[in-house]
Design a protein around this ligand. Structure first.
Ligand code: NG6
Ligand code: CA
Length: 501
């Protein structure tokens, strides 16, 4: 009898231990994702000229990664990886998209937001989308589908592509907001609609002049990429965009404060056109680019205040990063280069947006979970593609095999060993490998400059390039001919990574 009693006690004990171990935490998760914000744009990453007190707050109260990467040096591919856990070069369609492009994520794919839904979360996305929506023959006056909802977001308030691409409207749960039946919205990337002004023909209507491209339809005194007609009541006012997205993000938090939520707050700053609210214009002395970063920082501060007010600070993980590196002139004469002064958006690195050199993909990457993450800096190698598997581990979900690696303990600062290697992407799906302190860029044709006037290096060279990124962050000395064995090793590894996750 005693024996049985002991056995029962033992079983109960093991079961309860198991229960403790299996206890799944479901803190809210907010990803704040900036657009074209550089490593060196953030105070916590060394910016002294430009002040970012609220981004710094996240960094200083959480873990600040110094080796954190976007998967690509442009927007759509990086966002694709964040939401799918796949490297972007595995999908030919994951390239900078026009505003009328169809959705590039399969509706049957297990995505980050779908995984969070499975874990019991209410999911939302506010801000920049740029993953395509509709089937490619979109009538913007009807419900646009498939889109964010089919990718796994219960709520979406987004712009289709970028703030420099038509249509210049917000799409709320698949419906263009504020449309009037009498003035339907039409969009084309092939030709203008008869009688409609363009930046090219009517520069007198512009408040900011374009420098490259961006000479098509005009809205709010800014000419864009692509043509649009009608839908006047729905067209956005750039100066109000930050406030609009902030209100939406705050309302999402308010509505979902009493159960687990996942929010992707995809900021539009500092992507072009850089048009801050008058509250921020001229406040940084760095021109429009600095001012819209100040505006983004303020928005983050307001979001943090909302969490605090709702008592959600200890129960929310905040991840902050950027989709790609910085660029100065990206198509408008907004004096970003002329007013840069001593500010270095690319930090200590070479290149920028569009580049296979370091500043293309090395971005601010920080994670805060008040009371859980011990404030620290981490040198662990980590990629945004890892967020999906890490959050799957957090919420006890299983996901299909992908490029996403479970870095939960690294993200929470409990382990300083990140990835051994990662693949980064430049223009046109060209890739490079980071492994340990080394970066290897294969020989590529394509020219040193992107070719449409931006002052950034592609990173392409007809010669193979090998750098020790720790000793030489500016990638000044190509060590390929000095270390042929290292080149061979890196080449092999890159080929392996390309074959399978
Ligand atoms: C480029 C645009 C640039 C920007 C970029 C996408 C021109 C000359 N340049 O083609 O302004 O919109 O696409 O940026 O049109 S991203 O951050 O969304 O990838
Ligand atoms: Ca971007």
């Amino acid at each position: 009898m005693k024996k049985y009693l002991l056995l029962i006690v033992a079983i109960t004990f093991t079961c309860s231990l198991y229960a403790i171990e299996k206890k799944v935490e479901t803190p809210n998760v907010i990803i704040i994702y900036a657009d074209d914000l550089g490593f060196g744009d953030v105070g916590a990453y060394g910016s002294t000229v430009l002040k970012t007190p609220n981004m710094n707050r996240i960094a200083n109260q959480g873990i600040r990664f110094t080796n954190g990467y976007a998967t690509s040096a442009t927007c759509t591919p990086s966002r694709y990886s964040l939401l799918t856990g796949h490297y972007p070069w595995r999908n030919q369609g994951a390239q900078v998209l026009p505003g009328d492009a169809p959705l590039i994520i399969s509706t049957t794919e297990t995505t980050l937001p779908k995984m969070m839904q499975n874990a019991g979360y209410t999911t939302g996305v506010v801000g920049k989308w740029h993953l395509g929506m509709g089937d490619g023959r979109t009538d913007w006056n009807q419900k646009v589908s498939p889109g964010a909802s089919e990718v796994g977001f219960d709520y979406s308030y987004i712009m289709a592509a970028t703030n420099d691409r038509v249509p210049n409207v917000f799409v709320k749960n698949g419906q263009v907001e504020g449309l009037e039946k009498s003035d339907p919205l039409e969009v084309s990337y092939r030709k203008n609609f008869e009688g409609e002004p363009t930046g090219k023909n009517n520069p007198e209507l512009l408040k900011v002049m374009y420098s490259q491209g961006h000479d098509m339809s005009i809205n709010n005194g800014v000419s864009r990429i692509g043509f649009q007609k009608g839908g006047k009541s729905a067209q956005w006012v750039d100066e109000e965009m930050a406030d609009r997205f902030l209100v939406e993000a705050k309302q999402f938090i308010h509505r979902n404060a009493d159960h687990p939520f996942f929010l992707l707050y995809a900021l539009h700053q500092p992507h072009v056109p850089r048009i801050p609210h008058p509250r921020f214009a001229g406040t940084t002395g760095l021109g429009a680019r600095g001012d819209v970063i100040a505006e983004a920082d303020w928005s983050i501060g307001e979001l943090l205040k909302t969490l605090k007010k709702k008592g959600l600070m200890e129960n929310t993980i905040i991840i902050f990063s950027s989709d790609n590196g910085p660029v100065l002139d990206d198509g408008y004469m907004d004096a970003a280069a002329e007013k840069i002064g001593g500010h270095t958006p690319w930090g200590p690195f070479r290149g920028g947006k569009y580049s296979l050199y370091e500043a293309g993909t090395r971005v601010p990457f920080m994670v805060m979970w008040k009371g859980k993450i011990v404030p620290q800096e981490s040198e662990a190698l980590i990629s945004q593609v890892d967020i999906m598997a890490s959050l799957a581990a957090l919420t006890n979900q299983s996901i299909p095999k992908s490029d996403s690696k479970n870095m939960l303990d690294v993200m929470l600062g409990e382990n300083s060993h990140g990835r051994n290697s990662l693949v980064m992407e430049g223009l046109r799906h060209k890739v490079a490998l980071r492994k340990g302190d080394w970066v290897f860029i294969p020989a590529y044709k394509g020219g040193k400059k992107p070719g449409w006037g931006v002052d950034v290096e592609t990173g392409f060279s007809l010669k193979e390039q090998l750098f020790n990124i720790k000793n030489d962050p500016k990638q000044k000395t190509n060590l390929a001919s000095k270390y042929p064995n290292k080149v061979e090793e890196m080449k092999k590894r890159l080929a392996q990574e390309q074959i399978e996750p």
